[in-house]
Design a protein around this ligand. Sequence first.
Ligand code: NAD
Length: 381
Amino acid sequence: MRIAVAKEIEVCERRVALIPDVVARLVKQGLEVWVESGAGERSFFSDPAYEAAGATIISDSVKLWSEADILLKVSPPQEREDGRSEVDLLKEGAVLISFLNPLGNPLVAQQLANRKVTSLSMELIPRTTRAQSMDALSSQASLAGYKAVLIAAAALPKYFPMLTTAAGTIAPAKIFIMGAGVAGLQAIATARRLGAVVEAFDIRPAVKEEVQSLGAKFVEVKLEEETVAAGGYAKEISEASKQRTQEVVAEHIKNSDVVITTAQVPGKKAPRLVTEEMVAQMKPGSVIVDLAAEQGGNCACTEPGKDIVWNGVTIIGPINLPSSMPVHASQLYSKNLTSLIQLLINKEKALQVDFGDDIVDAACVTHAGEIRNQRVREALQ
Ligand code: NAD
């Protein structure tokens, strides 16, 4: 069975689906691995390094796509420079594993179904204990949480830690993290390592202990309604609850030097947590890093992909932060992918898509000409 690693054509995508170390393990397992020439270039993995790991380097991308049994990618497939769609290059019955953004862009799913490709979306890997090693949302969110703090620290015209010097004492920076999921918790840990005083808020009360164990203060808002949906994710909350949370968080935002927002509700636009009025109350020189910029932003002033200054406050809306750390992002993503691949091959090293496996079943978007995922079907209507 042939596994192929495509070169990413998305301009801001620097990650690669498999790194050489992981290729070596698959080759040792008896699998054939093709890597498109230059696929690892932007993440500092060279063609010779892949060759040394046992991969075959393929410079003809059409050949690589059309002869793959399992095609691995990071960003969703798109139109190539020659006007052909990457999806149309795949052979019928091939498997594509990638981030597919199937709820945000269900048309790709339709294309994959038309092409009779079996596609697995890394966004749809269930957040269960058994699927932890395949959980690319978590591995990449953690990188984003870390990097968000470094970006904030670089933009803040102040120190993060408390310093006692001969020239006087410097008070530590106050950081407020909104949304304490995977990215938020990593942001808390990173800000604490840099010596900041950290507060965090989330509508899921269960995260209180995790926040406190990282040395941050949990800002609690008691809500009347259930805030947790299936799988441990947050639910969209009512207007009354939104208002209640805004009243509480406003004071914390006002007193913070840095606000990092990470709040998301799966399948929905990012919740609006920071209003213009709240930004207007912040001290000049303060910084907001909005990790939900691509999903509409948690802050009313965010412009995706831009750094803006609004009333003296710097508001940063980064896009694809994991890609800015392509070495470790690719390393972790490779591990996520290889764990998933193990579920798709049988003892004879042949492809076997078993929908009896709950992870394969949950992650599969299209198979045999059908869109299997109901939420994606609904998103198409
Ligand atoms: P996410 O990216 O969907 O959301 C980020 C955070 O935003 C979440 O903590 C969410 O509660 C919070 N949020 C949503 N609306 C909000 C609002 N209005 N105000 C404040 N905060 C808001 O979530 P994620 O980080 O990918 O994961 C969330 C949870 O999923 C985890 O904390 C965990 O419970 C579960 N999870 C489980 C596993 C596992 O069991 N293997 C792995 C990963 C995640």
